[in-house]
Structure formats: structure tokens, C-alpha cells
Design a protein around this ligand. Structure first.
Ligand code: FUL
Length: 695
């Protein structure tokens, strides 16, 4: 009897022991179901399309005639097919951009597709896309610019009513909208119903976002708000598809709304943030957001596209990849091809998961319970996880492979339903019986993907070194991605010296006559001179893998010999050669205490037939000091100047790319560039390069 009770008692205790382990409690801010579902979407598309597509602008002024909106083959099903085939999960459309033109026949304005020749004014792009998304099983989202450079009442109360009316229209007539995208660019000059003036507003007060969001959630509770005000998701702080390695989904939104957070902090979020506001990285597949034929050959390189994925989805941020739909109303072939290339590389990278058959163990697990064992991190079930006791904020999981396994990718996920916790972790691989460190990292969050050095390991160990509360790891995956040989980097200096760089263990083969480089072409060993116009083409070759990169091309204009900066109205003339040396990295800046307008006068040495000019600002670092509005003149005698172009470099603030302005062909020897204002209202400007478009 005694014995019976003994065994029975132990069995009871064991059962109790198992069931009495308390599940971990939530720590800090946690995501709503809506936010969680949204984070699981990971990778989706943006479409920028409006009258800008037909005027070749990035920002319309608001006075564009709807008559110009006339796509010849608009096909939202083509967009949806491309996006779906790439494994993306949704599409967000610019229903209205800053110029105010509406892609749907809004009953609150005439400035819409209704007044355009497209489908005799009976078309509705928003409707067509919402239906295409439904057909292809994609989620559908919308961008409605709060800034409206067309509306006569912008800046007054009536416009806010108009804005909310439009939100109501969009959120109640087109089925589910998963995300409402509110851009931060707001206020400034515009047409405003013919007033042609500057109107500045205080974004936070003007729209009363608390009230506006309340209405949105009333009309459409499943819609996630993005961007301005107390939104449910945040901008990642740049337009290049880049989150920092340390990236918290928590955020000090109250401070942000009080103007105490610099937008660059959005790249990391805040460990001590009071609200769950995960990041979304928006980036265009081309330099601009809208279609410009001149950018057909400027689609981002495959290397950049793959990096973008790892720097966003791989760093706990959603990726919103933009396609500038062209004048036909289609995603351009070059963009589609690049997307497919990117996706096929990623599919290869994540083709075979290697960890799920490993033997898992941990040095510590919650209450000693199997429910929280390391095996839960490789069971393919997102609701189970490895956890430690509440007072334990460090611990290791070890995974033993059945056989030595080559690997170079590790994917980790926290069980973020209960909050983001991990502050610091590292990964070790057991190679030939010895443990070696292959990664030292900080946060994980919803998802983290590491590209590690390739090792052939018999076991892998994940050491959580520090966490804000007991770590909860719901998923670890391991892959062995094929070697990806990146194209070499090609650079030419202002003097015409060409330099090439490639990855370790790679050789570079090149041509300078436009022919395709191969293993019989010139082998690069040191910088060489190339001053004429022409095309340099090169490949990198990985001798061990016997694999070549794609061909990298460098189109070279003739070195600007004979050019001279004659005068600058302010700043150091002796350094001014930097703005014409063909090297975007050498940058000239006007003086610290300079005043605008700044006038630069250049002698091109001979008369040229020119049809435009380009301005490249400083590209990297702090203090880009970007020219915002400009004027451009030409002359043949330095006395009589003809104004050829005047205006603004739209969106240069968030996308400081090469600015191209065209005008009617003219002959001139002298050019004059006038920087009229700086983007932040400053008085100093940077000029990386000034050039002309000539024959
Ligand atoms: C920016 C806008 O000003 C651009 O035109 C574009 O829409 C981009 C996605 O957001 O801030």
C-alpha cells in the first residue's frame, strides 16, 4: 500500500510538475493580432503611378491636367501576377500622391481619373487593383497623401474634412484594405486651386490623427495605419531598404510625437519604447519612385536587391518594394526580370532546411518542462518555443547534426506575441571537434536572418547572452546558400584612373572595347588609365567554385578636359574642381556661413549642343546639404545668359539621387547653376557633380 502510494505520489507530482510550469508572461509592449499578422506578411509591393508618370516628375505641383493621364495598356492583373509569382503578399497603390490627382473617381473632387481620357473617364484604378488582388490572393493596401498640392482648401479645416471623406470612400468601397500609408512629406509650395503659394501646416495638429485614426478603425478595423501620428507601424528612417542590425519593434512613439525622436532612430526602434510599432522599409526597384524612361537601365543591381532583402526582412522589418508602373500602365520588363532574379536567388538560398532533423538540447529550460525544450524551436510550429525560467535571461540551445553539415545561413525568430526580449546573442559552430564563433549579434525580434561564413559543422549552438526578460525562441532554421559571386565594383576617378574590386578569392576579367568579358579577357591587376568615352565591362570569377558573376558595366563619358569652374558666388573656388571631376565621391560645398542663392559659373572649354543638365548632391554621410530649388542658365559670351530651366528637385530629401533636368536643345559654351534653396532651409549646399546632357 505504502509502495503504491509512493509510486502514485511520484507520478502525480511529475504530472503536476509538468502542468504546473507557468507559461511566461508578456514582457513590455506586445503586438496586436493585426500587427502580428502584418509582420508575417514580410514582403509586399508598392506601386507608384499617377500624372507624374506622364510628366516625368517625382512630385507634381498640383496643376497637372487630368488630360495627360492616359495609360495605353493598363493592366492591374499583370502587376498582381508578377507580385504573386514572386511570393510577395500584397500591393499598396498610390491612390493619391502629393499632386492630388485621384486614381479613383472620387465624388469629392474633379481632379481624378474621371476627367482623364483613360477609358473615357469611366476607369477606376483602385477598383481594378482591388479586384486583381482578390483574384490573385494578395492583400490590398492604399497610399493617400495627406499633402495635397492641388486642393484649394489645403491648410484649412475644409481640407481635413475632404481628406477624411476620401478615406471613408477608399475604406468602405473597395473591400479589405490591409494598410493605409501616410507619407510624412507635407506642406510647401503648390497650386492649391490656383493660389500658387506656399502653405505650411503642423502635421500633428492639423490632421488630428487621434481622431482620424479612430474614424479609420471604425470604418475598417482590420486596416493597419502606417507612418505619421500614432500609427501602428513606423517608417524605417530611409528609402534605401535598410534596417539596422539592432532593430526593436518597440518604439518611443510619445517622444516621437513630441518631436523628440530623430527619424534616423527609426532604423533601430527603441529598446525602452512604450509601444509596439514595428518597422517597414520602403524602397524602389529603381532610383525614382515614379517611372522615368531614363531609368530603364538603372534598375537596382541584383547584388543590391539581395542585400535589401537581408537588410530588411532579415533584420526584423517588413519590405515594401516599389515598382514604378510605366506609361503603358505596366510593370516594366526590366523590373520584372530583376525581381525574378532576386527571388530565384532567395529561393535557392532557402531551399533546404537543415536543422529540423538535428538533436536539440538546452543548458536550461523553463521549469525543466519538455513544453519549453530546445526541440520546440525546430518543430516547425510557430506557437511553441524554447523558454527559460523567469529569472534566467541567458541560456544556450545546442543542435547536433546527424552528419557534418555545411551551412551559411541562420534564421531565428522570437515568440514576439509575448514581447521582444533578446538583446545580445552569438552563434558557435562545432567544426572538427572545436567550437568556433560564427556570429555575434544583438536583437532578433519577429525575424532575423544571418549570412554567416560557411562552415561544415557537426553541431550548432545558439547562445542568448542577454535578454530583457527570459528569452522565448520559437524558431531556428539553417540553410546552406549557394555561393553568389558578386559583380566587381568599377570606379573611375576624375583623372580617368579605373579601379576594380571584387570579393576575396576572386579574379577580375575585363574589356574596354564594349565586348563581353570572359576568362580570356584582360586580367585586372592594378588601376589603369582610361580617359576616353567608352564602356568598360568586367566579371568577377570564383576559381574554386568555377562561377562567374554577372557582367558589370561602366559607361564612361570623355573626361571633362577643358572644363573650368570660373566662379562661385561663395565658398572656396580652389576646391571647385570637385564638382566637375567625374568622381561623385569628391564633393564641393559652399562656405559654412554662405548665403543663398549660390551661383556657379562653368566654362566647358568649347561650344556644345546641350539638352539638359544633371546635379548630383553629396551621397553619403551626415549633412548632405541638398539643393532644393534651382535655376540653370547658358551663355556663349559670359555676359548674356538664357534661363533654360528652373524648379525644384522633388523628393531629393529622402532620395538624394542624380537629378536630371531636360530642356530644348541649345548651343552653349558657358553654364551657370544657381542653387536657390537648401532642403532643410539651410544656407550651405553640396555639389558632388554638375554635368550637361550633350550629344
Ligand atoms: C516619399 C514621397 O515624398 C515620395 O514621393 C514617395 O511617395 C515615397 C514613398 O515617400 O516621402
Amino acid at each position: 500500500m505504502k509502495q503504491f502510494f509512493g509510486i502514485f505520489g511520484i507520478a502525480c507530482l511529475m504530472m503536476l510538475g509538468c502542468t504546473s510550469v507557468e507559461p511566461p508572461k508578456a514582457f513590455g509592449p506586445t503586438p496586436s493580432d493585426k500587427q502580428l499578422e502584418w509582420q508575417e506578411m514580410e514582403f509586399y509591393a508598392f506601386i507608384h503611378f499617377t500624372t507624374n508618370t506622364f510628366t516625368n516628375k517625382e512630385w507634381g505641383f498640383g496643376n497637372e491636367s487630368p488630360e495627360i493621364f492616359n495609360p495605353t495598356e493598363l493592366d492591374c492583373r499583370q502587376w498582381a501576377r508578377i507580385v504573386k509569382d514572386a511570393g510577395m503578399t500584397g500591393i499598396i497603390l498610390t491612390a493619391k500622391h502629393h499632386d492630388g490627382f485621384c486614381l479613383w473617381p472620387s465624388k469629392y473632387t474633379d481632379h481624378s481619373v474621371e476627367q482623364s481620357p483613360w477609358k473615357d473617364g469611366k476607369g477606376d484604378v483602385v477598383r481594378e487593383l482591388s479586384e486583381a488582388c482578390k483574384e490573385y490572393g494578395l492583400k490590398f493596401g492604399l497610399y493617400l497623401s495627406p499633402w495635397d498640392r492641388n486642393h484649394p482648401e489645403y491648410g484649412r479645416d475644409e481640407y481635413v474634412t475632404y481628406f477624411r471623406n476620401q478615406l471613408h470612400e477608399l475604406l468602405t468601397n473597395y473591400g479589405d484594405v490591409f494598410e493605409m500609408w501616410f507619407d510624412g512629406a507635407n506642406g510647401g509650395t503648390g497650386y492649391y486651386g490656383g493660389a500658387n503659394e506656399r502653405r505650411d501646416i503642423n502635421t500633428l495638429e492639423y490632421y488630428d490623427w487621434d481622431e482620424t485614426y479612430k474614424l479609420i478603425y471604425e470604418w475598417s478595423p482590420n486596416t493597419l495605419t502606417w507612418g505619421v501620428g500614432p500609427a501602428e507601424a513606423r517608417w524605417i528612417g530611409n528609402e534605401s531598404g535598410y534596417a539596422k542590425k539592432t532593430n526593436w519593434s518597440t518604439y518611443r512613439q510619445k517622444d516621437r510625437l513630441a518631436g523628440k525622436v530623430h527619424y534616423k532612430e527609426n532604423m533601430t526602434g527603441h529598446e525602452d519604447g512604450e509601444r509596439w510599432v514595428p518597422g517597414e522599409a520602403d524602397v524602389s526597384i529603381r532610383p525614382g519612385w515614379f517611372y522615368h524612361a531614363v531609368e530603364d537601365e538603372e534598375v537596382r543591381s541584383i547584388e543590391t536587391m539581395v542585400d535589401i532583402y537581408y537588410h530588411t526582412v532579415g533584420r526584423n522589418a517588413n519590405l515594401l518594394l516599389n515598382f514604378p508602373v510605366d506609361r503603358r500602365g505596366l510593370i516594366h520588363e526590366n523590373d520584372e526580370a530583376r525581381l525574378n532574379e532576386m527571388v530565384s536567388i532567395l529561393r535557392e538560398d532557402f531551399k533546404t532546411e537543415l536543422l529540423h532533423t538535428a538533436k536539440a538540447s538546452a543548458d536550461t529550460q523553463r521549469g525543466g518542462s519538455r513544453k519549453y525544450a530546445a526541440s520546440k524551436a525546430i518543430d516547425g510550429d510557430k506557437e511553441t518555443y524554447w523558454a527559460t525560467d523567469d529569472n534566467v535571461t541567458a541560456g544556450s540551445m545546442t543542435f547536433e547534426f546527424n552528419e557534418p553539415t555545411a551551412l551559411n545561413r541562420v534564421l531565428l525568430q522570437e515568440y514576439v506575441k509575448l514581447g521582444q526580449r533578446v538583446r545580445r546573442f552569438n552563434i558557435e559552430a562545432q567544426v572538427d571537434g572545436k567550437w568556433q564563433s560564427i556570429a555575434n549579434e544583438t536583437t532578433i525580434g519577429y525575424k532575423r536572418i544571418l549570412r554567416t561564413p560557411q562552415v561544415t559543422a557537426t553541431a550548432l549552438r545558439i547562445n542568448i547572452e542577454d535578454a530583457r526578460a527570459c528569452p522565448l525562441i520559437s524558431n531556428v532554421e539553417v540553410y546552406n546558400a549557394p555561393v553568389f559571386v558578386r559583380a566587381p565594383e568599377l570606379k573611375r576617378s576624375g583623372e580617368g584612373m579605373v579601379e576594380m574590386t571584387a570579393g576575396e578569392g576572386e579574379e577580375i576579367y575585363y574589356t574596354t572595347d564594349g565586348s563581353e568579358p570572359g576568362l580570356k579577357s584582360n586580367v585586372y591587376s592594378a588601376p589603369f588609365e582610361f580617359t576616353q568615352a567608352g564602356e568598360i565591362k568586367a566579371i568577377a570569377y570564383h576559381a574554386i567554385e568555377k562561377k562567374s558573376s554577372r557582367i558589370e558595366e561602366l559607361k564612361c563619358a570623355k573626361i571633362k578636359s577643358g572644363w573650368k569652374v570660373l566662379s562661385v558666388s561663395d565658398g572656396d573656388l580652389s576646391q571647385a574642381v570637385k564638382m566637375i571631376d567625374g568622381n561623385p565621391r569628391s564633393v564641393w560645398k559652399s562656405g559654412k556661413k554662405s548665403e543663398l542663392p549660390l551661383t556657379v559659373t562653368i566654362d566647358m572649354g568649347e561650344k556644345k549642343s546641350i539638352s539638359g543638365f544633371t546635379y548630383l548632391p553629396k551621397q553619403v554621410g551626415n549633412g548632405l546639404e541638398l539643393v532644393s530649388t534651382y535655376a540653370f542658365y547658358t551663355s556663349n559670351n559670359k555676359r548674356n545668359w538664357t534661363k533654360q530651366s528652373e524648379g525644384e528637385f522633388s523628393n531629393i530629401k529622402h532620395n538624394p539621387i542624380l537629378q536630371v533636368k531636360t530642356f530644348n536643345k541649345t548651343n552653349a559654351r558657358y553654364i551657370r547653376f544657381v542653387a536657390k534653396s537648401e532642403v532643410e532651409g539651410g544656407t550651405r549646399v553640396s555639389i558632388g557633380e554638375l554635368d550637361v546632357i550633350s550629344e
